[in-house]
Design a protein around this ligand. Structure first.
Ligand code: FE2
Length: 302
């Protein structure tokens, strides 16, 4: 938040909503333009518009302050209730969309979520990433391609997912082996990759805090449909962070953090049972787009 930006980014200053908002804006103008001042002005205008629309009582205002205070008290090194709040309002997803736009034909980018780990060891293509073999086997075969459909050889493909109970290994380190259901693959020269895993189950976001209570009071759920997370990086291309969702999951239309998009829904196909166990297969293409430098031809590769 330095002053070198034109604070208003060229946007017209909206008419003040209230006498207080107008005076706040006047004081900011006297202090000089900055991105921070523009953000403060827009925030105050938005808040005053909200108050003018809702006309909360003093008691309702106190309840709102109490709620926000409790959200803060729930946030610590292991639990970020503020992020959860932004997630369930769709704000985190909107910010991701605005900051990581993708051209038509490219796989949409989505939030990484809280369970990503960057320290997963290299994993051979075709490996079984289920280290406890609990759940229904799932064969995943995919290709990393560019917008022209050509394979991107050597792309790095990171994968992480919940187990058949909807839990990630770092949520229950005493029950699941380290790096369970995680992999870090290098695509072959044609951009192909594959691995064996188990079918993930969807899960519910933490409901024991103030955000969970708010959602419950609103009659809204905290479910996330079953999915596998991917992060794909390759020289000259935008890094893609995304999820692939099981389109048959009952919660597919009500993902609590608004991550589901049509291009990200896939069929987890049922295969003939294996030794009495149900088995599934998932085929997918993940489409990368060139990095901005490659698109404009202004500089070398990252
Ligand atoms: Fe997830």
């Amino acid at each position: 938040m330095h002053g070198q930006h034109d604070g208003a980014r060229g946007d017209p200053i909206p008419e003040a909503i209230s006498a207080q908002a107008e005076e706040f804006s006047r004081r900011l103008t006297a202090a000089g333009p900055s991105r921070l001042a523009a953000a403060a002005r827009a925030s105050v205008d938005g808040l005053h518009a909200l108050v003018a629309q809702l006309r909360p009582s003093v008691e309702e205002f106190r309840l709102a302050i109490d709620f926000l205070t409790e959200v803060g008290h729930y946030a610590d090194a292991r639990r970020q209730e503020w992020v959860l709040f932004a997630d369930v309002l769709g704000v985190s997803s909107l910010i991701e969309d605005l900051n990581s736009p993708r051209p038509a034909g490219a796989t949409p980018n989505t939030l990484a979520g809280p369970f990503y780990r960057s320290d997963v060891p290299d994993t051979p293509l075709g490996a079984d990433i289920s280290r406890d073999h609990k759940g229904e086997p799932l064969d995943v075969e995919g290709r990393i391609v560019g917008l022209d459909g050509a394979g991107i050889g050597g792309a790095t493909v990171e994968v992480w997912q919940a187990n058949s109970e909807g839990l990630y290994e770092n949520q229950e380190p005493d029950r699941q082996p380290e790096f369970n259901l995680r992999g870090r693959f290098r695509a072959d020269p044609q951009g192909r990759f594959g691995f064996v895993t188990v079918k993930p189950k969807g899960y519910t976001l933490p409901s024991d805090g103030p955000v969970g209570r708010l959602m419950s009071a609103l009659g809204l759920g905290l479910e996330r449909p079953a999915h596998i997370h991917f992060r794909v990086s390759a020289d000259g291309f935008e890094t893609l962070t995304t999820h692939i969702f099981d389109r048959s999951d009952a919660a597919i239309g009500r993902d609590a953090i608004f991550g589901v998009k049509p291009e990200l829904m896939a069929e987890f196909r049922a295969l003939p049972p294996l030794g009495g166990k149900r088995k599934y297969a998932l085929d997918l293409d993940l489409v990368l787009c060139p990095s901005p430098a490659e698109r404009t031809g202004t500089s070398g590769r990252r």
